[in-house]
Design a protein around this ligand. Sequence first.
Ligand code: ST9
Ligand code: ZN
Ligand code: ZN
Length: 335
Amino acid sequence: LVTHRKVSAESIEKKNVEDMYLVPDLDEMEMMEEEVREARPPLKIVWRNVAIFSLLHLGALVGLHQFIFEAKWMTCFFALLLDVGSKMGITAGAHRMWAHKAFKAALPVRIYFMLWGTVAFQNDVIEWARDHRCHHKWTDTEADPHNSRRGFWYSHVGWLCARKSEKLKEMGRKIDLSDLYADPVLTFQRKHYYPLVLLMCFILPTFIPVYFWGETAFNAFYVAAILRYAFTLNCTWLINSAAHMFGYKPYDATISPVESAWANIQAVGEGGHNFHHSFPQDYRASELSLMTNWTRAVIDFFALFGLVYDRKTASEASIKSLSQRKGDSSGHWHH
Ligand code: ST9
Ligand code: ZN
Ligand code: ZN
């Protein structure tokens, strides 16, 4: 199902980005593939993480039961709100703005995305962006933290349950993070990450339903904290697993990321992953409809008030040219 055709040197020219360290490095990718052609280095499993993620998902089953049968509708609605809001913190903030520098934002908006991103508890933005920059620069190699050649489960959650390889750390040290360390919002988040996570991901989601609409603490915790968190995580992880495996490749058929309409819905606008890997600095991250690109809608909304600016887009001509040269002719996504 997964076709990893060799990436040709020519595809580098398509990258419409100004920060070279965000551009896939095809020579290094080829070199690393040579190294592991015989056998991939074995994984060192971190059982503590396996146990934590297992418990989280067992807790999510309890939460699912309470969501369906016991919790107040306000609590269920609140959990969905937290799901969408925290996804946006990741997609607009950690992903498009910080990892890719696809647009700039004023301080209040950066604080807003940082806090929502903390609700999602997916590591602090600096760590998230470092891994993500590695993912784009050395996609599907040993220096990609969630290398999809290691299979669905590895790229979905397995990579969070194993030690990172020496290769990844060695290559990752080359990634420039100075822009992120220069943002006080991010150094603040990193410094106080665990207390912030405790508050934003677990305590407030439990406290608010109890205090404001008399939900039981049990329901609030299992539905708005545990179930919601596990659900949001899996939606995010699907972009690393499923969206690197099953779908169309209208822009560049030589890479693993795909376009996926359902992923676009569950990942609030990040389903155009073939587009995104082809034009990583385009703030829209996809050409799929604005109806489902909620992240873009939020970014554009802030831009109306001048709170977001310098939104970068790939040119129509380069998009067309790339899909004609490299696309799989599933042109129905492409206008
Ligand atoms: C979570 C993250 O879920 C989810 C991210 C998803 C990403 C998706 C991206 C693709 C989608 C794009 C679109 C967005 C879609 C959004 C959709 C929304 C619906 N380079 O980590 P350590 C070095 S997190 C260079 O301990 P171990 C570095 O020196 C869930 N160096 O390594 C580091 O020290 P420091 C909650 C690197 O011991 C040192 O290594 N979080 C790099 O091998 C030690 O780092 C968890 O569950 C690098 N890339 O452990 C935590 N990386 O940091 C899970 C590391 O001080 N993680 N170094 O600089 C862990 O427990 C551990 O990291 C580990 C590895 C066990 C996985
Ligand atoms: Zn990807
Ligand atoms: Zn990206």
